[in-house]
Design a protein around this ligand. Sequence first.
Ligand code: BGC
Length: 762
Amino acid sequence: MRLNTVACFLFGILYVANINSQNDISGSREIIQKQVDSLLGIMTIEEKVGQMNLYSGFWDATGPAPSEGNAQLKYKHIEQGLVGGMLNVRGVRQVKAIQKIAVENTRLGIPLIFGYDVIHGLKTISPIPLAESASWDLDVIETSARIAAIEASAFGINWTFAPMVDVGRDPRWGRVMEGAGEDPYLASKIATARVRGFQGNDLSAPNTVAATAKHFAAYGFAEAGKEYNSADISQSTLYNVVFPPFRAAVKSDVKTLMNSFNELNGEPVTASKFLQRDILKEKWNFGGFVVSDWASINELISWGLAKDKKEAAMYAAKAGSDMDMEGYVYVSELAELVKNGVVSEQLIDNAVSRILKVKFELGLFENPYKYCSIENQKNTISLNSKFQDSVLEIAKKSIVLLKNETKLLPLKKEGQKIALIGALANDKNSPLGSWRLAADDNSSVSVLEGMQAYTKNILVYEKGVDLTIGKTHFVKELNINTSDRTGINEAIDLAKESDVVVMVLGEHGFQSGEARSRTNIDLPGLQQELLERVFEVNENIVLVLNNGRPLAIPWAAKHIPAIVEAWQLGSQAGNAIAKVLYGDYNPSGKLPMTFPRNVGQIPIYYNYKNTGRPSNTEDNVFWSHYSDIENTPLYPFGHGLSYTTFKYSNLRLDKNEVKIGNSITVKVDLTNTGEYDGKEVVQLYIRDLYAQNVRPVKELKGFELVSLQKGESKTIEFTLDKSELGYYDNNGVFVVEPGEFKIFIGGSSITSLETSFKLLAE
Ligand code: BGC
């Protein structure tokens, strides 16, 4: 058997070498397809099904361990050629050891693909994806994914389970931290930037990795924001809100998609032929493969669709879930289902061919160990200062200045006594956020450390209250402190004798992320109490928020003069925050998600649809509103201040009427009217006034990050054509209807500068 195996392995090499000599292996799709086809031709059904089997390694399990899962079984299956890939295997040594088994001990020597959740960095941690999205800076977002890819590939990984491109409108859902916020247009641009960053221009390069757009689809619409819950949404929302970022990722040649845990309109997504075959593979012509989410094929049983594993495997395979992540279902059931004629071998061939293709494109057949250089790992992953500079840059740009009423910010660089209060100010772990599996614990720069660099001020720290009690681990529920107030008096005494109080409050790093839904999105634990007690003695408070989702902070928004949204900013968090507080970087971030006044307003998002009774012109109660709170959010999508001010003027169009098929140009003048150089994200929204389907009151259709020195003016130009002016109807058909459109331009979604034009029939 061993001889046989070696012979086959050698055959594999010769076979590849032969093809190699014909052409560049990564060059032509046709050549790769031929390679895939010939390999498929010599595979047994068991070996084919093996390629569709993905096992988790033995570290960092990112989901519940199934009863079948044990190391011996997994090793045995790898040796038998019954495994196509691994996830959660950490570092070159481990990857190489496991790859060796697959390549040297199996009949065909097909290399494994190694996946990992490299969501916002491997060792060098970027801001959480939601924070990065607040930069609206596609270049830095791409750079962030690039750095992650360079480190991941040096770590033995060639496949990342990112970007998550689920649109999120519900901040109760903990995974909004992992996405790009609530808007499909912004999320699509960011999806493209992230896929480009991970995959680069050449997937066969040793420092790029295959990306995964996840979770297809509608996972972000989990009812009531409760993790893993059902999603019940209209066709209009599906096509116009959920699909666009996935579509953008597919257009950017993303190599894999992950399906999702939820059911959508009654159908568990993992068993959805509509999503995985009809839309993705047929309509969008997606050439890569679909991986299930963690054991989501088994979950077809819990959903009540399949009565056992056999049925679960059948449903998922027929629907187009190509690879089974840690479910043990395909490997145990699929070959027999094919032999019994329940699942056609053609479907299996299609799935396997997609998987092999990605392996060929990665260059794994050419060199299965190409990501396995110990030396490269050592040199690349060393908390490398160049990467640290880059993530600092990204972190600064991710910060959003929510309020600066009394111009408390920027802080003076000397001559002030500053009180720094809040457990999060001295926390080197929480700023790393959720999904940073390979990062070293406590490796971020805390706010205290970042601010200490400005030594000409007197800076004194008091925690006030602890945020959590006891040890925290990412797979466990956190124990939030709701009783220990012992540090509050010290914090109050310090605040009394200080000129300015910087309070760092918000969520623990593991309070958002997967399985971290909350019904209450205020400041957790005793932090609100601490804030109010300190405010009684000193109102000069700069509130710095650290959080993975929008928070409801109405009291703070009303009373606290300066509020800075600093999310979870990664390795360089404290430095980035200090630079913004001291004005070394003038904040330019804009919210990618609406901040509600309270949870009762959720879901609240800027691109809602008009109702039949949108306002109270008649002075009665019969209009769409709440009796106890206004309709507007606390902070709208797109909001974010600067230390300088910007004036928008002279909004103009090149024509007032345009035929469908032609484009229209929009211009606006932007002037920096304040005292600092700064950057502004100029946002363009449209409103389609009359349409067969009710259209949102505003839709983002363009944005540009513009730098202006103080006193400087620039003209900003946008072009709109039918791709921005149409929408998907309830049958999924893209329609562009003649009619009237409004255009709004400004620095947030509530801008009032507007003009209009007519769209005429072709
Ligand atoms: C998550 C995925 C993740 C996978 C593997 C699942 O629980 O939903 O996003 O990629 O685990 O870690």
